[in-house]
Design a protein around this ligand. Structure first.
Ligand SMILES: [Fe+2]
Ligand SMILES: [Fe+2]
Length: 332
């Protein structure tokens, strides 16, 4: 798969990178599945899904209430936790070492200054699916399956159309893996702020000791380069598919702030599950947290649901995409 630059010329470095990475696609998938599994089990321990909201809140914001369909899921049926833990630990050792302030600034400069690909959202989903699937016939669940299962679970619960669309596109940012990522560590995994102290509530916190920012007095204090209550929008979260897709969606869609927050923070587990870094939040973030939590169950637990016929569902989701992405062809 060749990605053309905006000039129409094909960048040779990009091509060779693509060739290597297409073969690595399943590796990304395995790490991502393991990360999901660990988060599922962590969530199970905390018994998050059994928390129901008070009556009054349910009436006020019906879309943000927990799904009855998800509550009954038997999480014990998932694969071996121990095995996943080892691989996940290795992955986080690399991620925690390399996600520095300097890297994050560079990743954001690259995002704003480089052109990657122009296509529709649906084409993006198909491309992601094809690239990851082609080299691994054993992949249990493709990207498009996960996208549709998440979206369908949300739809089944009669949530708003924008919420359904979030289900469909929340992982589309994994396309980053085939553009200019350095590996898996800057695409998937839980996210966390850079530029301030790495908190113990982040998974495998001891691995931050290899991160040069850990010893930098500018970055290793409680607030670091931020200030109390500054709002998460001003906080630089580790670069990956969430942050990347948030920017793509913000620039190209009419999705509401709740939807953008779901996309941006869905891997920020230390925050949405542990309430870490709450001292950096502003009032708006409190509202967004409700939205992100409402989405989380669908992301984690819809994976065990049935597989859908892509062609059958395509017309419905094409219309949904057009409703919120008026430009149709967008810059990824
Ligand atoms: Fe994700
Ligand atoms: Fe997901």
């Amino acid at each position: 798969m060749l990605i053309k630059q905006s000039t129409g010329k094909v960048n040779k470095d990009v091509i060779s990178q693509k060739i290597t990475k297409v073969g690595d696609g399943p590796l990304l998938e395995k790490v991502d599945n393991d990360v999901t599994l660990v988060n599922q089990l962590k969530g199970n321990i905390k018994n998050n899904l059994s928390h129901s909201k008070k009556e009054g809140e349910q009436n006020e914001e019906e879309w943000s209430t927990q799904s009855e369909n998800l509550k009954s899921v038997d999480v014990k049926a998932f694969r071996q936790y121990e095995l996943a833990c080892d691989r996940v630990k290795q992955f986080y050792e690399e991620q925690h070492e390399k996600q520095t302030v300097a890297y994050n600034i560079q990743a954001r400069i690259n995002f704003k200054t480089k052109s990657r690909a122009r296509m529709t959202v649906w084409e993006g989903l198909e491309r992601l699916n094809k690239l990851l699937d082609e080299s691994d016939p054993d992949t249990e669940l493709s990207q498009i399956d996960h996208a549709l299962q998440t979206a369908e679970a949300i739809r089944k619960d009669n949530k708003p159309r924008w919420f359904q669309l979030v289900g469909l596109i929340h992982d589309l940012g994994k396309l980053l893996y085939f553009f200019d990522s350095k590996g898996q560590w800057d695409v998937v995994g839980d996210t966390f702020p850079v530029g301030c102290k790495f908190l113990k509530k982040i998974i495998f916190p001891e691995s931050f000791k290899k991160n040069p920012d850990f010893f930098n007095p500018l970055y290793n204090t409680k607030y670091g380069i931020y200030s109390k209550g500054c709002g998460l929008d001003k906080v630089m979260l580790s670069w990956g598919h969430d942050e990347y897709m948030y920017h793509v969606a913000k620039l190209n869609s009419t999705l509401p702030p709740e939807a953008l927050a779901m996309i941006r923070y869905h891997s920020f587990y230390p925050w949405h599950q542990e309430y870490a870094y709450s001292y950096l939040m502003d009032e708006h973030d409190e509202e967004m947290l409700k939205a992100v939590k409402a989405f989380n169950g669908y992301d984690l637990y819809s994976k065990i649901d049935q597989s859908y016929d892509v062609e059958e569902l395509k017309p419905y989701y094409m219309e949904l995409i057009d409703e919120f992405f008026p430009k149709k062809i967008i810059e990824f």
